[in-house]
Design a protein around this ligand. Structure first.
Ligand SMILES: CC(C)(COP(=O)(O)OP(=O)(O)OC[C@H]1O[C@@H](n2cnc3c(N)ncnc32)[C@H](O)[C@@H]1OP(=O)(O)O)[C@@H](O)C(=O)NCCC(=O)NCCS
Length: 254
């Protein structure tokens, strides 16, 4: 299905309007929490990206990013990736990211970052395992508690994905389909039940306990120089972060 869908940079206000509508559909945000039309229109004019996935006239996915700056280095912050329900798990999310990468390299970027919820097993798997991002920074309650049910009204803790677009890690994964070897030092588990626990008020405390436990583990691991380098999932849908030391020197930390 994914191949019949055309990816392209959005330039027209009606295309941006479709992105805002799909954003609302995917996250169910209250109107005052939506990224507005004016920011979508602005982003491509200031070095950002609005990339749409179109099935004929219908928008079925988009990726949205804006430029950022750290310690004198310009990078791309990818704020949203959305695929319409019914079009998921066919490779479209990954295609949008790969299109974003090519476009970013053409614009001269070497780093794309985004944040993701470490309780989201699918997203963690896509980011670390299929795209080759790494994570070695953790933001506690980044956006405050939001109106999106996807978040289960928990603190919005986020891992920062760093996608070093020209790294050996990304290159070998995308060209050969293989992760470069490293020595595993720690595993951090996410139970498959997390989605169900987040969804119901009675079980939300269990999800919160996992979040608190993992938060401590990530913070300690990152302060000791570890990075999330792989992500595993088992036949029951449980997820696991695999941490080790990244052997490449890409960094904008200083
Ligand atoms: C995240 C999102 C964009 C991914 O889009 P998608 O088109 O479904 O992604 P893809 O099909 O390219 O890749 C998903 C991968 O996760 C795998 N996957 C699916 N369900 C999974 C699960 N429960 N646990 C682990 N992996 C899972 C798929 O098999 C696929 O891997 P594969 O390529 O090895 O088969 C889409 O799910 C979405 O819009 N979610 C809601 C919004 C969101 O969370 N956005 C990201 C944060 S901004």
């Amino acid at each position: 299905m994914s191949d019949a869908i055309e990816l392209r940079n959005c330039t027209d206000v009606e295309e941006f309007r479709a992105c805002v509508a799909l954003q609302k559909e995917v996250w169910s945000f209250a109107d005052n929490e939506l990224v507005p039309l004016r920011i979508f229109s602005l982003a491509p004019k200031i070095g950002g990206q609005v990339i749409g996935a179109w099935e004929g006239e219908a928008l079925v996915g988009f990726a949205f990013s804006i430029p950022g700056m750290r310690n004198g280095h310009i990078y791309l912050h990818s704020h949203m990736l959305a695929v319409k329900d019914g079009y998921r798990n066919t490779g479209l999310g990954r295609r949008l990211k790969l299109f974003q990468r090519e476009d970013a390299i053409q614009q001269g970027y070497e780093l794309m970052e985004w944040t993701f919820d470490p309780l989201e097993i699918k997203n963690s798997y896509l980011n670390l395992e299929r795209l080759g991002a790494i994570a070695r920074r953790y933001n506690i309650n980044q956006y405050g508690i939001t109106s999106s049910p996807l978040q289960g009204f928990l603190p919005t803790d986020r891992l920062v994905a760093e996608w070093w677009l020209k790294s050996k890690r990304v290159d070998s994964l995308l060209s050969e389909g293989e992760h470069r070897p490293f020595s595993e030092e720690l595993r951090i588990d996410v139970p498959a039940e997390i989605y169900a626990w987040k969804a119901e008020a009675e079980t939300r405390q269990k999800a919160s306990d996992v979040q608190q436990r993992n938060r401590q583990q990530f913070l300690e691991a990152f302060s000791g120089g570890l990075a999330c380098l792989r992500y595993g999932r088992d036949e029951n849908g449980n997820g696991v972060f695999v941490l080790g030391r990244w052997d490449e020197t890409w960094s904008y930390a200083s």
